[in-house]
Design a protein around this ligand. Structure first.
Ligand SMILES: Cc1cc2nc3c(=O)[nH]c(=O)nc-3n(C[C@H](O)[C@H](O)[C@H](O)COP(=O)(O)OP(=O)(O)OC[C@H]3O[C@@H](n4cnc5c(N)ncnc54)[C@H](O)[C@@H]3O)c2cc1C
Length: 334
């Protein structure tokens, strides 16, 4: 059954079509038989719209009816959380098959990366890897090979964990979040997207389409490093991303520094960037940037590290990521 969602939004006659479509999808979906605290995970609805307009219509309709919705991308956070933390009823809205959330467009001025692309797929894109090695390295740190077959960078951002690995790397690359709304799209700089632990600026009837990232100018390089107590499959104790642009005279003209896992939200640290601009990004300048990151951090003490430890580690990571970004920037000059 095909419905014209534009019409369905504006007329009650076709809204019935949407209702039918909605319930048919729900009936077709068999309950999953995974135990949730001794029960079964059938406490949900599932729809997989095929266009942005359908998705927005489903979200709006459910919101108007007071129904809880949750966007589903790779599910590597959602399903784990639904099974173990909060299994209250909701409608999952799967955005994995939308054209827009799977798009990669590399234009003269901007690059668009769809929100639902699995990190394993992103990392096979040689052109993206050459443009944003730090961002793709961050995506490559998520979980394991199996997790990367599903986990998206859109999901990593929208999960809005302070320790989401790709968020600082998106921030230093000045990525704009492109959000689908009933009025079209709106954009939000990544550093303003996450508003608290597990919270972000999306309204219930909106979703993230992808990221618009300016094409890096000549002499730009980025890097991301995190520290975990194990070699993989752990949450960052601290993370730092740096992007630098270095001119033909070897002077840093532009810098962005972001830190993760050391505050309720990933932070853009302008004070660290300021210590680098106008220098050759040498060890002294990087040390000052490191100190600015340690000062900007607002960490907590938990089983992974104390406040003092995290402050120290985030500075070390900034210095090391800064040196990698500088070397990449130097080798990217025309
Ligand atoms: C074993 C394991 C290891 C992990 N290791 C790491 C790690 O090393 N580093 C790390 O950062 N994370 C890690 N994670 C967490 C997780 O894999 C990542 O956060 C992943 O990027 C989430 O992407 P996803 O596509 O699976 O998102 P989902 O689970 O589908 O969604 C995550 C959240 O974002 C929302 N959402 C997703 N897409 C959109 C969208 N387009 N618009 C609006 N809302 C959206 C969902 O509603 C949900 O709230 C790990 C998880 C597991 C299970």
């Amino acid at each position: 059954m095909k419905i014209d969602v534009d019409e369905s939004v504006s007329s009650s006659a076709t809204m019935t079509d949407l209702d039918n479509w909605y319930s048919i999808k729900l009936q077709l979906n068999p309950p999953l038989l995974f135990p949730v605290s001794g029960e079964y995970m059938s406490n949900f609805g599932y729809v997989a719209p095929t266009t942005v307009e359908e998705t927005l219509a489903v979200l709006q309709r459910a919101t108007d009816q007071g129904q809880r919705t949750q966007i589903l991308a790779g599910g590597t956070d959602v399903i784990v959380q639904f099974r173990s933390l909060d299994s209250s009823h909701r409608l999952f809205v799967d955005i994995k098959s939308l054209k827009e959330t799977n798009d990669v467009r590399i234009d003269k001025e901007h690059i668009f990366v769809g929100a639902a692309i699995a990190s394993g797929v992103l990392n096979e894109n040689a052109e993206l890897k050459a443009l944003f090695p730090g961002l793709l390295e961050a995506a490559d740190l998520i979980g394991s090979t199996q997790i990367q077959g599903r986990a998206s960078i859109g999901g990593n951002l929208c999960n809005s964990s302070p320790a989401g690995d790709t968020i600082p790397a998106l921030i230093v690359n000045s990525a704009l979040c492109v959000i689908a709304t009933n009025e079209g799209t709106r954009t939000v700089p990544t550093e303003n997207f996450v508003t608290g632990v597990g919270r972000n600026c999306l309204a219930a009837h909106e979703f993230l389409l992808g990221f618009q990232i300016p094409r890096p100018s000549a002499g730009t390089g980025d890097a991301y490093l995190r520290f975990i107590p194990r070699t993989e499959m752990d949450i960052a104790v601290a993370g730092a991303a740096v992007s630098l642009t270095i001119n033909q005279d070897g002077i840093c003209e532009r810098a962005r520094v972001s830190i993760g896992a050391v505050a309720p939200t990933p932070l853009l640290v302008s004070s660290a960037a300021e210590t680098l601009v106008g220098t050759t990004a040498d060890e002294d300048a990087l040390q000052q940037a490191a100190q600015a990151c340690s000062d900007a951090a607002q960490p907590i003490t938990d089983k992974r590290g104390t406040v003092e430890y995290r402050r120290k580690v985030v500075g070390v990571l900034c210095r090391r990521a800064g040196a990698i970004a500088r070397d990449r920037a130097l080798s990217n000059r025309n």
